[in-house]
Write a protein that binds this ligand. Structure first.
Ligand SMILES: Cc1ncc(COP(=O)(O)O)c(C=O)c1O
Length: 287
Protein backbone atom coordinates (compact mmCIF):
# COMPACT_ATOMS: atom_id res chain seq x y z
CA UNK A 1 0.00 0.00 0.00
CA UNK A 2 1.28 3.45 -0.84
CA UNK A 3 2.61 5.42 -3.77
CA UNK A 4 3.43 3.73 -7.06
CA UNK A 5 4.63 5.33 -10.28
CA UNK A 6 4.08 3.82 -13.70
CA UNK A 7 6.52 5.27 -16.25
CA UNK A 8 5.91 3.91 -19.75
CA UNK A 9 4.64 0.63 -18.31
CA UNK A 10 7.31 0.13 -15.63
CA UNK A 11 5.82 0.26 -12.13
CA UNK A 12 8.01 1.21 -9.15
CA UNK A 13 7.78 3.29 -5.95
CA UNK A 14 9.25 6.24 -7.85
CA UNK A 15 10.62 7.06 -11.32
CA UNK A 16 12.61 9.75 -13.15
CA UNK A 17 12.45 11.44 -16.52
CA UNK A 18 15.40 13.16 -18.15
CA UNK A 19 16.31 16.78 -17.32
CA UNK A 20 16.16 17.24 -21.09
CA UNK A 21 12.47 16.35 -21.05
CA UNK A 22 10.39 19.28 -22.23
CA UNK A 23 8.09 18.92 -19.22
CA UNK A 24 11.08 19.81 -17.02
CA UNK A 25 12.49 22.51 -19.30
CA UNK A 26 9.25 24.24 -20.30
CA UNK A 27 6.26 22.70 -18.51
CA UNK A 28 5.52 21.19 -21.92
CA UNK A 29 3.13 18.48 -20.75
CA UNK A 30 -0.50 17.81 -19.96
CA UNK A 31 -2.13 16.04 -17.04
CA UNK A 32 -5.27 14.87 -15.32
CA UNK A 33 -6.08 14.09 -11.71
CA UNK A 34 -8.69 11.43 -11.02
CA UNK A 35 -9.82 9.92 -7.75
CA UNK A 36 -11.22 6.49 -7.06
CA UNK A 37 -14.56 5.86 -5.41
CA UNK A 38 -15.00 2.37 -3.99
CA UNK A 39 -11.57 1.62 -5.51
CA UNK A 40 -12.66 2.48 -9.08
CA UNK A 41 -11.63 5.63 -10.97
CA UNK A 42 -14.54 8.07 -11.09
CA UNK A 43 -15.24 9.87 -14.38
CA UNK A 44 -12.21 8.29 -16.07
CA UNK A 45 -13.63 8.56 -19.58
CA UNK A 46 -14.39 12.26 -19.07
CA UNK A 47 -10.83 12.80 -17.80
CA UNK A 48 -9.32 10.92 -20.75
CA UNK A 49 -11.45 12.98 -23.14
CA UNK A 50 -10.17 16.19 -21.53
CA UNK A 51 -6.58 14.87 -21.68
CA UNK A 52 -7.02 14.49 -25.46
CA UNK A 53 -8.49 17.99 -25.75
CA UNK A 54 -5.49 19.39 -23.84
CA UNK A 55 -3.16 17.42 -26.15
CA UNK A 56 -4.88 18.80 -29.25
CA UNK A 57 -4.52 22.33 -27.87
CA UNK A 58 -0.76 21.72 -27.47
CA UNK A 59 -0.43 20.19 -31.00
CA UNK A 60 0.64 17.02 -29.21
CA UNK A 61 -0.19 13.54 -30.52
CA UNK A 62 -0.94 11.02 -27.78
CA UNK A 63 0.37 7.73 -29.19
CA UNK A 64 -1.74 5.48 -26.90
CA UNK A 65 -5.44 4.69 -27.09
CA UNK A 66 -7.77 5.00 -24.10
CA UNK A 67 -7.80 1.22 -23.56
CA UNK A 68 -4.01 1.22 -23.10
CA UNK A 69 -4.08 4.10 -20.62
CA UNK A 70 -6.95 2.45 -18.73
CA UNK A 71 -5.07 -0.86 -18.52
CA UNK A 72 -1.97 0.86 -17.18
CA UNK A 73 -4.07 2.70 -14.57
CA UNK A 74 -5.72 -0.57 -13.52
CA UNK A 75 -2.36 -2.37 -13.22
CA UNK A 76 -0.92 0.43 -11.10
CA UNK A 77 -4.01 0.60 -8.86
CA UNK A 78 -3.98 -3.15 -8.40
CA UNK A 79 -0.33 -3.24 -7.39
CA UNK A 80 -0.71 -0.25 -5.05
CA UNK A 81 -3.63 -1.93 -3.26
CA UNK A 82 -4.92 1.29 -1.65
CA UNK A 83 -8.55 1.38 -0.57
CA UNK A 84 -8.94 4.78 -2.30
CA UNK A 85 -6.40 6.40 -4.60
CA UNK A 86 -5.39 9.70 -6.10
CA UNK A 87 -4.38 9.07 -9.73
CA UNK A 88 -2.28 11.58 -11.68
CA UNK A 89 -1.92 10.92 -15.41
CA UNK A 90 0.85 12.93 -17.06
CA UNK A 91 1.86 12.98 -20.72
CA UNK A 92 5.13 14.79 -21.44
CA UNK A 93 6.08 15.79 -24.96
CA UNK A 94 9.41 14.00 -24.41
CA UNK A 95 13.15 14.66 -24.23
CA UNK A 96 15.26 16.08 -27.04
CA UNK A 97 19.01 16.38 -27.60
CA UNK A 98 18.94 20.03 -28.61
CA UNK A 99 17.71 22.54 -26.03
CA UNK A 100 15.33 24.85 -27.84
CA UNK A 101 11.70 25.87 -27.91
CA UNK A 102 10.84 24.15 -31.17
CA UNK A 103 9.88 20.52 -30.50
CA UNK A 104 11.97 18.14 -32.62
CA UNK A 105 9.89 15.91 -34.91
CA UNK A 106 11.14 12.60 -33.45
CA UNK A 107 10.03 13.19 -29.82
CA UNK A 108 8.73 10.21 -27.86
CA UNK A 109 6.05 11.26 -25.35
CA UNK A 110 6.16 9.61 -21.94
CA UNK A 111 3.12 8.32 -20.06
CA UNK A 112 3.39 8.70 -16.29
CA UNK A 113 0.75 7.44 -13.86
CA UNK A 114 1.19 8.30 -10.19
CA UNK A 115 -1.03 6.49 -7.70
CA UNK A 116 -1.19 7.54 -4.04
CA UNK A 117 -3.44 6.69 -1.13
CA UNK A 118 -6.18 9.24 -0.50
CA UNK A 119 -8.69 9.47 2.31
CA UNK A 120 -12.24 8.45 1.40
CA UNK A 121 -14.24 11.69 1.10
CA UNK A 122 -17.54 10.56 2.60
CA UNK A 123 -18.11 13.45 5.01
CA UNK A 124 -18.56 17.03 3.89
CA UNK A 125 -15.87 19.19 5.56
CA UNK A 126 -17.59 21.32 8.19
CA UNK A 127 -14.93 23.97 8.32
CA UNK A 128 -15.05 26.21 5.27
CA UNK A 129 -12.01 27.64 3.54
CA UNK A 130 -11.06 31.31 3.21
CA UNK A 131 -10.61 32.78 -0.25
CA UNK A 132 -9.06 35.99 -1.45
CA UNK A 133 -9.78 37.71 -4.75
CA UNK A 134 -6.18 38.34 -5.85
CA UNK A 135 -4.96 41.08 -8.21
CA UNK A 136 -3.26 38.43 -10.37
CA UNK A 137 -5.47 37.76 -13.36
CA UNK A 138 -6.27 34.33 -14.72
CA UNK A 139 -4.22 33.84 -17.86
CA UNK A 140 -6.07 35.03 -20.97
CA UNK A 141 -7.78 32.43 -23.14
CA UNK A 142 -5.99 33.66 -26.23
CA UNK A 143 -2.61 33.39 -24.45
CA UNK A 144 -2.83 29.91 -22.86
CA UNK A 145 -6.41 28.73 -22.57
CA UNK A 146 -7.18 27.65 -18.97
CA UNK A 147 -9.43 24.99 -20.53
CA UNK A 148 -6.24 23.06 -21.42
CA UNK A 149 -4.80 21.30 -18.37
CA UNK A 150 -1.12 21.74 -19.05
CA UNK A 151 1.96 21.22 -16.89
CA UNK A 152 2.39 25.00 -16.80
CA UNK A 153 0.61 26.08 -13.61
CA UNK A 154 2.69 29.15 -12.74
CA UNK A 155 -0.30 31.47 -13.09
CA UNK A 156 -2.13 29.45 -10.41
CA UNK A 157 0.98 28.94 -8.23
CA UNK A 158 1.61 32.69 -8.05
CA UNK A 159 -2.04 33.41 -7.26
CA UNK A 160 -1.97 30.79 -4.50
CA UNK A 161 1.24 32.21 -3.00
CA UNK A 162 -0.27 35.69 -3.02
CA UNK A 163 -3.49 34.49 -1.37
CA UNK A 164 -1.48 32.68 1.33
CA UNK A 165 0.67 35.78 1.94
CA UNK A 166 -2.61 37.53 2.72
CA UNK A 167 -3.81 34.91 5.17
CA UNK A 168 -6.27 33.11 2.86
CA UNK A 169 -6.29 29.41 1.98
CA UNK A 170 -6.80 29.85 -1.75
CA UNK A 171 -7.16 32.53 -4.42
CA UNK A 172 -10.03 33.53 -6.66
CA UNK A 173 -8.85 34.98 -9.95
CA UNK A 174 -10.60 37.48 -12.21
CA UNK A 175 -10.12 37.68 -15.98
CA UNK A 176 -9.09 40.84 -17.83
CA UNK A 177 -12.77 41.90 -18.02
CA UNK A 178 -13.10 41.74 -14.23
CA UNK A 179 -15.19 38.57 -14.30
CA UNK A 180 -14.74 35.82 -11.71
CA UNK A 181 -13.04 32.75 -13.15
CA UNK A 182 -11.96 30.06 -10.67
CA UNK A 183 -9.75 29.18 -7.72
CA UNK A 184 -6.24 27.81 -8.28
CA UNK A 185 -7.28 24.15 -8.57
CA UNK A 186 -11.06 24.22 -8.39
CA UNK A 187 -14.21 25.75 -9.84
CA UNK A 188 -16.36 28.31 -8.02
CA UNK A 189 -20.06 28.10 -7.12
CA UNK A 190 -22.17 30.84 -5.49
CA UNK A 191 -25.68 30.32 -4.16
CA UNK A 192 -28.21 33.05 -3.53
CA UNK A 193 -31.98 32.84 -3.16
CA UNK A 194 -32.07 29.20 -4.19
CA UNK A 195 -30.16 29.72 -7.46
CA UNK A 196 -26.78 28.05 -7.99
CA UNK A 197 -24.38 30.08 -10.16
CA UNK A 198 -20.98 29.23 -11.58
CA UNK A 199 -18.77 31.21 -13.99
CA UNK A 200 -19.48 30.33 -17.63
CA UNK A 201 -16.69 28.66 -19.64
CA UNK A 202 -16.45 31.88 -21.66
CA UNK A 203 -14.83 33.53 -18.60
CA UNK A 204 -11.72 31.39 -19.22
CA UNK A 205 -11.70 28.43 -16.83
CA UNK A 206 -10.83 24.77 -16.72
CA UNK A 207 -13.96 22.85 -17.67
CA UNK A 208 -13.93 20.87 -14.42
CA UNK A 209 -15.13 17.29 -14.53
CA UNK A 210 -16.72 17.74 -11.09
CA UNK A 211 -18.35 20.91 -12.45
CA UNK A 212 -19.72 18.84 -15.37
CA UNK A 213 -21.20 16.22 -13.02
CA UNK A 214 -22.63 18.91 -10.72
CA UNK A 215 -24.38 20.61 -13.65
CA UNK A 216 -25.82 17.24 -14.64
CA UNK A 217 -27.00 16.72 -11.06
CA UNK A 218 -28.55 20.20 -10.88
CA UNK A 219 -30.52 19.44 -14.05
CA UNK A 220 -31.63 16.05 -12.69
CA UNK A 221 -32.72 17.56 -9.38
CA UNK A 222 -34.49 20.47 -11.09
CA UNK A 223 -32.51 23.03 -9.05
CA UNK A 224 -32.37 26.48 -10.69
CA UNK A 225 -28.82 27.16 -11.87
CA UNK A 226 -26.86 29.35 -14.27
CA UNK A 227 -23.50 29.26 -16.01
CA UNK A 228 -23.07 32.97 -16.20
CA UNK A 229 -20.71 35.94 -16.23
CA UNK A 230 -20.16 36.86 -12.57
CA UNK A 231 -18.43 39.93 -11.24
CA UNK A 232 -16.83 40.10 -7.78
CA UNK A 233 -19.92 41.99 -6.52
CA UNK A 234 -21.92 38.76 -6.91
CA UNK A 235 -19.98 37.42 -3.94
CA UNK A 236 -21.42 39.96 -1.52
CA UNK A 237 -24.99 38.74 -2.00
CA UNK A 238 -24.18 35.02 -1.84
CA UNK A 239 -25.63 33.05 1.06
CA UNK A 240 -23.34 30.12 0.54
CA UNK A 241 -20.42 29.19 -1.70
CA UNK A 242 -18.27 26.19 -2.42
CA UNK A 243 -15.43 25.04 -4.67
CA UNK A 244 -15.41 21.82 -6.69
CA UNK A 245 -12.58 19.55 -7.81
CA UNK A 246 -11.93 15.88 -8.43
CA UNK A 247 -9.66 15.56 -5.42
CA UNK A 248 -11.64 17.41 -2.77
CA UNK A 249 -15.09 17.13 -4.39
CA UNK A 250 -16.93 20.02 -2.70
CA UNK A 251 -15.27 22.44 -0.30
CA UNK A 252 -17.54 24.83 1.57
CA UNK A 253 -16.30 28.42 1.57
CA UNK A 254 -16.43 30.30 4.89
CA UNK A 255 -15.03 33.64 3.80
CA UNK A 256 -14.14 35.61 0.66
CA UNK A 257 -11.99 38.66 1.40
CA UNK A 258 -13.74 40.35 4.37
CA UNK A 259 -17.13 38.82 3.62
CA UNK A 260 -18.26 35.88 5.78
CA UNK A 261 -20.71 33.63 3.98
CA UNK A 262 -23.89 33.51 6.13
CA UNK A 263 -24.19 29.70 5.77
CA UNK A 264 -21.21 27.34 5.75
CA UNK A 265 -21.75 24.63 4.77
CA UNK A 266 -25.15 25.77 3.57
CA UNK A 267 -28.18 23.59 2.77
CA UNK A 268 -27.57 23.65 -1.01
CA UNK A 269 -23.95 22.59 -0.53
CA UNK A 270 -25.15 19.69 1.65
CA UNK A 271 -27.75 18.61 -0.91
CA UNK A 272 -25.24 18.69 -3.76
CA UNK A 273 -22.62 16.87 -1.69
CA UNK A 274 -25.03 14.00 -1.05
CA UNK A 275 -26.19 14.05 -4.68
CA UNK A 276 -22.60 13.89 -5.91
CA UNK A 277 -21.74 10.96 -3.64
CA UNK A 278 -24.83 9.09 -4.86
CA UNK A 279 -23.86 9.81 -8.47
CA UNK A 280 -20.29 8.61 -7.86
CA UNK A 281 -21.61 5.46 -6.24
CA UNK A 282 -23.94 4.81 -9.15
CA UNK A 283 -21.29 5.46 -11.83
CA UNK A 284 -18.55 3.34 -10.24
CA UNK A 285 -20.80 0.45 -9.24
CA UNK A 286 -20.97 -1.03 -12.72
CA UNK A 287 -17.66 0.33 -14.01
C1 LIG B 1 -7.54 25.46 -12.45
C2 LIG B 1 -8.49 24.37 -12.10
N1 LIG B 1 -9.80 24.63 -12.11
C3 LIG B 1 -10.71 23.68 -11.79
C4 LIG B 1 -10.31 22.40 -11.42
C5 LIG B 1 -11.34 21.35 -11.07
O1 LIG B 1 -11.43 20.43 -12.11
P1 LIG B 1 -11.87 18.92 -11.88
O2 LIG B 1 -13.24 18.97 -11.30
O3 LIG B 1 -11.82 18.32 -13.23
O4 LIG B 1 -10.89 18.30 -10.94
C6 LIG B 1 -8.95 22.09 -11.39
C7 LIG B 1 -8.51 20.76 -11.01
O5 LIG B 1 -7.37 20.45 -10.93
C8 LIG B 1 -8.01 23.10 -11.74
O6 LIG B 1 -6.69 22.86 -11.72
Amino acid sequence: MGQLVNLDGVIAPTASVSVLDRSFLYGDSIYEVVRTFGGKPFGLQEHLDRLRQSAAYLYLDIPWDDAHIQTEIERTLQQAGNSESYIRIVVTRGAQEEIGLMPSPDLQPHLVIIVRPISPERILPQQGIRLRVVPRQRVAQLALNPAAKTGNYLNNILALLEARQNGADDALMLNSQGELTEATTSNLWLISQGVVRTPAVEAGILHGITRYFLLKLLRQLGIPHEEISLRAEAIWSAEEAFLSSSVRLLMPVAQIDDYSLPKCPGPMTRTLWQGLLDLMQEQTQYA
